[in-house]
Design a protein around this ligand. Sequence first.
Ligand code: PNW
Length: 504
Amino acid sequence: MRVILSTGILSLLVAVSGFSDNSVRRFKDGFLFGTASAAYQVEGAWNEDGKGQSVWDHHFHSDPELWSAPGDVASDSYHNYKRDVEMLRELGVDVYRFSISWTRVLPGGFSSMKNEPGLQYYDSLIDELLKHNIQPMVTMYHFDLPMVLQHLGGWANPYSIEWFEDYARVLFDRYASKVKYWITINQPNSVCEVENFENHLPKSTKGVMDYLCAKHVLLAHARTYRMYEKEYKKKYGGSVGISISVNWAEPATNTTENVEAAEIYREFTYGMYLNPIWSKSGDFPKLVKDRVAKKSKEQGFVRSRLPSLTKDDIKLIKGSADFLGLNHYTTFLTSPSKGGHPVPSFADDVSVDLTTKEEWKQSHSAWLKSAPYGLYKACLHLNKRYDYPTIFITENGWSTDKGLQDPSRSEYIQQYLKALLFAIEDGTEVLGYIYWSLMDNVEWMAGTSERFGLYEVDFDSPERTRTARQSALVYKRIIQKRVVEEGWKPNNLKITVSKVKTEL
Ligand code: PNW
């Protein structure tokens, strides 16, 4: 445990003035800035060059009302990757986080059949990045499970652990010499809560699937981490992490019930994954184990719907990450639920209602409001609970409508980065910050109606033309100066390449 000098004074300052102390704080040299995307959301080319179907391709094609499947072309990065890298050079970022489409490289899900053109696409993208001195950060799985594997039960099937491990081996064998940052799985909590994926999973699986998935995802991650550790790390020296959605949650008012609700919410959403990997004891959080066991018993189940982890599982999972990928967007206020959830279900097990403050600025997505102090609080909470994990902010982002003038995005980035600087000053170990997203993309069920991009994408043009928004210049300036200058605005929207080519 490290000694923290200024926590008390600073927390007080933060609470009272909302970060309004005047000293200039800098991101130290070596702190990495980046942007992110994910395969289904940007690539398009959904059935080109031998790609197989993912759950998202299947979903958008199976419902006649959704026939204009937004991911069929998306931002067409499959054909525009050179322009994407040019945009990254314009921004001057150090890292680009993108995901690999499982069905582009293994069309049937299993490693028995590899798709060479798919593998080559990622070779080209990675080489283009490295040529311009931009580090690739590869997410192996960002929600787009092969449909074949979903037919076999997806993450509820214990063999999913091996399917993922086999897939990961294909990626390590092919790209480990070039890729130094790996994320196994993006937001397991989003993947596993049936609520989020009702479009792919029958409602009747609620409250059971969620926990089978949590166990298998954790084991798939851990086995992949151990494989890298044993077979690749010495040779290539890279690092492997996992990205968890950690939104801050705190009591709506300071009643005992609301305080308890905050703890329940935090343990069920991110504690489920952080406790097994980062706590000293490992395993699922006690609160979650007790609560699901109790409810299961009351509901007539012979055993808890939360499967147990064996001693060997716990050992394998504990410590299985070089860094914690933190996806942080917003803050919620908690109170006990007024009920009305299906029984059994994850939502019923949690039984917490979420609200927000009226005065927090609203984005273009219903769930997303700006409350930057939440990032500071989340970091401090993680430090205390999990003994200063090494963090990489792998997502933080803001949605607007179409349009190049996006002052609300610039403000969001500036304020969240300011909060991050305070968290770093108070002892949080942060390797870097990745803004979601480089460009507009398919925001899952919301299609292209919610824009998260630093670059606007014209979805009506066949070329999917990309244009820098004002926030792109604001972010570029932060990267250049390594400080946050609140209120700074560019004179025009002209952006030119600033990243120099490396000598390979
Ligand atoms: C992330 N929340 O999901 C995903 O990783 C991205 O694919 C997605 O495009 C991005 O955020 C924006 O939505 C989240 O409710 C979805 O707090 C919901 C929440 C957070 C993250």
